[in-house]
Ligand binder design. Structure first.
Ligand code: 13P
Ligand code: 13P
Ligand code: MG
Ligand code: MG
Length: 371
């Protein structure tokens, strides 16, 4: 198959600084990123692009013919984030300017350098709807529960029961973020094994989903910033690409899990559990204010047409998700009432931004044998 037959969607994101703390990008950052990607489109490196944000994360949604993990595409994303940092974040002294650019210089692929990337290469079907999911104030494990529901739960996805094409099920690639090893699990046969792993969303994260016949169905970013930097530098704020319809879950089945605002790690200082609130990409909802949150997810729907991105439609801009937002807000009150107590605060293993070692050091001589 020639390169021209295949389309690749690359969603590459980074937090390169925010207006007033960590809650939202500055409009000038979006403008500079658009100009940079427009040049790449004119140079025919990209076929199309859409620049947007989720909270304080700058999102580059790009379509092209270059395949996954292409150096030129990754270099373009890195150059865009660098340019936005130098032209906007630093001169305006935006907060945490260049936050996610953890490497000194680009070296082939943004993975391991701070930015997050989800990429999916596929041959376009007669009509190819996709949903791009973008989150702020959380980490890649936040997609485990919704991806499970979309591709393996018949109570969520009616198509698994009634559409013969979906009926055979899906395979999940699960990454162990501690060892860097990945395992492919087939569902429904290995459903319980899958849940045994992905229920621990701090360690095991779904990176790819395929239909049993090999059709690429979803891709998620898996970067864990703290594991790159060795300290807390902000949450990973993941992205995900999901293909939909005709032999895949319907768009409504892709969105349905987000009617339940499940608890995810992140929120204030990346150190608290909170509900994932589905929001519109519009200014009125897409900024993390309360206790720097609660964690948020935006969903954008596109049609992919000869690698062009037709759209987007702002999918959570629907009163049908108002109840989920209200519920997320109620959960936020409930969780916040715990203050610094676990399980609002993350457990010790996950506490990435922590004064605990220095507190223990200070008190070490005062610990005595208990009676
Ligand atoms: P971000 O990861 O979105 O920058 O958030 C950092 C933070 O500490 C918020 O309280
Ligand atoms: P600082 O105010 O020290 O940056 O810490 C809070 C925070 O938001 C962490 O990123
Ligand atoms: Mg930030
Ligand atoms: Mg962020």
């Amino acid at each position: 198959m020639s390169m021209k037959d295949m389309t690749t969607i690359s969603v590459i994101k980074a937090d390169v600084g925010s207006l007033a703390g960590h809650h939202v990008v500055h409009p000038k950052q979006l403008e500079v990123a658009r100009e940079r990607l427009e040049r790449a489109r004119r140079d025919e490196l990209l076929v199309d692009f859409h620049v947007t944000h989720c909270g304080d994360d700058l999102q580059l949604i790009m379509s092209h013919r270059m395949g996954e993990n292409n150096t030129k595409i990754h270099e373009l994303a890195w150059a865009t984030f660098t340019e936005v940092t130098e032209k906007v974040s630093r001169p305006l002294k935006l907060y945490a300017a260049g936050q996610d650019l953890l490497a000194e210089a680009f070296s082939g692929n943004v993975r391991g350098m701070g930015p997050g990337a989800a990429e999916l290469e596929f041959q376009e079907r007669a009509s190819d709807p996709i949903v791009i999911l973008l989150a702020d104030k959380t980490s890649p494990g936040a997609w485990n529960l919704p991806l499970y529901k979309i591709f393996a739960d018949p109570f969520n996805t009616a198509g698994l029961v009634i559409d013969p094409v979906l009926h055979n099920g899906f395979s999940f690639d699960v990454l162990d973020t501690h060892t860097g090893l990945s395992v492919r699990l087939r569902c429904p046969e290995e459903l319980y094994d899958l849940l045994a792993l992905i229920g621990d969303h701090n360690r095991y994260v779904i990176s790819k989903v395929f239909r049993k016949d090999g059709l690429p169905s979803a891709a998620a970013s898996t970067a864990r910033l703290s594991m790159i930097a060795g300290r807390y530098v902000g949450k990973d704020d993941p992205v995900c690409i999901v293909r939909a319809q005709s032999g895949l879950p319907a768009v409504g089945e892709v969105l349905e899990p987000f009617a339940f605002p499940h608890l995810v790690p992140g929120w204030m200082r990346g150190s608290h559990h909170g509900p994932l609130m589905p929001v519109s990409v519009s200014e009125s909802q897409n900024k993390c204010t309360r206790f720097d949150g609660p964690p948020r997810v935006v969903a954008l729907g596109f049609q992919v047409s000869n690698a062009r991105l037709v759209g987007p439609s702002d999918l959570f801009a629907d009163p049908a998700f108002d109840t989920a937002r209200t519920k997320a807000s109620e959960i936020a009150y409930y969780m916040r009432a715990h203050g610094p107590f676990i399980p609002h605060r993350l457990g010790p293993e996950e506490m990435e931004y922590t004064t605990l070692p220095s507190v223990l050091e200070k008190l070490k001589d005062r610990f005595q044998k208990a009676e």
